[in-house]
Ligand binder design. Structure first.
Ligand SMILES: *Cc1c(COP(=O)(O)O)cnc(C)c1O
Length: 358
């Protein structure tokens, strides 16, 4: 290594799911929404003043922040917006986890949490989920430097539930508790309302999944006035203009269109429930996902083999080569037609494999 490399910040980055540019691929690997964004997004973008791109955008992203605040029924000084929820979460780690004590999160959860901890030098301890991947609130009743919980959890899809989160809050008034609700719109009830009661609770959501805007990079957080002020101070010390004008216009339009949102999320939930039945009929087992993906395992066929066979057939799902979950596939819920193609392939593959083994 060259001498200058001694002083480089060495980090192990997060590995995002692949974004192959192969035509006709069935892409079920990164939990994107199979439906387009609300038509109001296109309208707002078309109406956007292109000349205004000369200027720096509103550093407070007022139009978007107000639309998010209206959606949650809170004042706008209780809302933070960022470049995807990843940005909201990264800024939160930087702002709130400075005690030197370990931050707690599940052993199986969003794999960006340990990456941010590593980047910022924040100590952390992972808390094992139960054998059935459920979260035990009492595991979080101990000294720590902060807590982050994904609800529903990724990649299991399981919802810890409001009661479990409330118990964790009751036992942890001295630290910031972050609830990452990236998938909450697919089956859970947001705990955003609890921010009225708990000053130390930050609830983070994203426009990438339930609002079909992964390409725009928009996330938001709701918390107490104090918490949002501290978070904003950190953001303004890092980059004042995180939200660009097109994102502000697109995001404000998307969150205001409740009717379209209801329609698409209900379609995805219906497709998920139907897909669960079909997968179960093929012998798969999985936790009862409340998200837009199913975390499935087959008792006879290794997940790695299924992953490769699906890929060969042009169907891309996510496989994590990690302890406890290396025999699972995380399958994003796509359109009905995409799920039909997935099920048809699996049915044929499993039947042919059985033939060969006989
Ligand atoms: C997708 C995801 C995010 C990040 O989403 P953004 O696209 O950055 O808004 C955050 N947390 C979890 C658990 C996710 O799955």
């Amino acid at each position: 290594m060259a001498q200058w490399e001694d002083n480089v910040r060495h980090v192990t980055p997060y590995t995002p799911g692949e974004q192959p540019r192969i035509p006709d691929i069935i892409k079920l690997n990164t939990n994107e929404n199979p439906y387009p964004p609300s038509p109001a997004v296109a309208e707002n973008l078309r109406a956007m003043d292109i000349d205004a791109l000369r200027l720096y955008p509103d550093p407070a992203a007022g139009e978007l922040t107000e639309a998010v605040a209206a959606h949650f029924g809170v004042e706008k000084d209780r809302v933070f917006v960022g470049v995807g929820s990843d940005d909201c979460l990264a800024m939160s780690f930087l702002a709130f986890f400075n005690s030197g004590r370990p931050v707690l999160f599940a052993d199986i959860t969003y794999s960006f949490y340990d990456v941010w901890a590593g980047l910022f030098g924040i100590p952390f301890e992972t808390v094992p989920l139960a054998d059935d991947f459920t979260l035990r609130p009492e595991d979080y009743f101990r000294e720590n430097g902060g807590i982050i919980i994904a609800s529903p959890n990724a990649p299991t899809g399981l919802l810890p539930g409001t009661d479990a989160i409330r118990q964790i809050l009751e036992h942890n008034p001295g630290v910031v508790v972050i609830v990452d609700e990236a998938y909450i719109d697919f089956g859970g009830e947001s705990v955003a309302g609890l921010t009225e009661e708990y000053e130390n609770l930050l609830v983070v959501q994203t426009f990438s999944k339930s609002r079909s805007l992964a390409g725009m990079r928009i996330g938001c957080a709701v918390g107490s006035r104090k918490l949002i002020k501290y978070l904003s101070d950190v953001k303004y010390s890092f980059n004042s203009y995180t939200m660009n004008l097109p994102s502000i216009c697109a995001g404000a339009a998307a969150i205001a269109d409740e009717a379209y949102f209801e329609e698409t999320r209900k379609k995805i939930i219906a497709t998920r429930e139907r897909s669960k039945q079909e997968l179960r009929a093929l012998g798969f087992t999985f936790p009862d996902s409340q998200a837009n993906f199913i975390f499935a395992s087959h008792p006879e066929v290794p997940a790695r083999e299924l992953f490769a066979a699906l890929r060969q057939a042009g169907i891309i799902v996510r496989y994590f080569d990690k302890p406890r979950i290396d025999n699972y596939l995380r399958i994003t819920v796509g359109t009905d037609a995409q799920m039909d193609a997935l099920i048809a392939f699996l049915r044929k593959f499993l039947a042919e494999r059985k033939e060969k083994k006989l």
